[in-house]
Design a protein around this ligand. Structure first.
Ligand code: MN
Length: 204
């Protein structure tokens, strides 16, 4: 069973004005589809892994045959990252988190504004292409950033929020102004989905 592009849970124009429809359409139908296609192509050379779940593949890259491991890392990572990215955004997003994840943010960072500042710094500071993440380790939250399509799950850690800072995510509307994209992106964060991921964290 080959991997498939998941449909977006909203229209391409639904995240405007923060992310424009053209960017969303290209990002989903070209970039994300490309990761899916390239992952399927790579796994044709490692057929024992075709029946594995995406989580199993991303969480155990050292098991992948060396001749396709880089291709699988990049493209399984791309598929995993974007599958998460679409659902942690919503046209009805933004505002403040609630519940346990809000408490964890306060306990780990002091205040929501402080967390956002530190997260923006990690996302802005990622040189070239990559992602910034909010990772849950038990009740403790931490901020990380990864290059390319790497992610915390590759090291066995549990990400509950991530932002794509590849230029393809923002260039049409924001050009070189990554900080403006990030400022707008907070208006889309689907805290309900982030809370669900926090609640599903491995308990330690
Ligand atoms: Mn992307």
């Amino acid at each position: 069973m080959a991997f498939a592009l998941p449909p977006l849970p909203y229209d391409y124009a639904a995240l405007e004005p923060h992310i424009d429809a053209r960017t969303m359409e290209i990002h989903h139908t070209k970039h994300h589809q490309g990761y899916v296609n390239n992952l399927n192509a790579a796994l044709e050379k490692a057929p024992a892994f075709q029946s594995k779940s995406l989580d199993e593949i991303v969480g155990n890259l050292s098991a992948i045959p060396e001749n396709v491991r880089t291709a699988v890392r990049n493209n399984a990572g791309g598929h995993w990252n974007h599958s998460m990215f679409w659902v942690i955004m919503s046209p009805k997003g933004g505002g403040d988190p609630g519940g346990d994840v809000a408490k964890a943010i306060s306990a780990s960072f002091g205040a929501l504004a402080t967390f956002k500042e530190q997260f923006n710094a990690a996302a802005s500071g990622r040189f070239g292409s990559g992602w910034a993440w909010l990772v849950a380790t038990g009740d403790k939250l931490s901020i990380e950033s990864t290059p390319n399509q790497d992610n915390p799950a590759m090291d066995g850690r549990h990400a509950i929020l991530g932002v794509d800072v590849w230029e393809h995510a923002y260039y049409l509307k924001y050009q070189n102004r990554r900080a403006d994209y990030l400022a707008a992106w907070w208006n889309l964060v689907n805290w309900h989905e982030v809370a669900k991921r926090f609640d599903a964290r491995p308990k330690r």
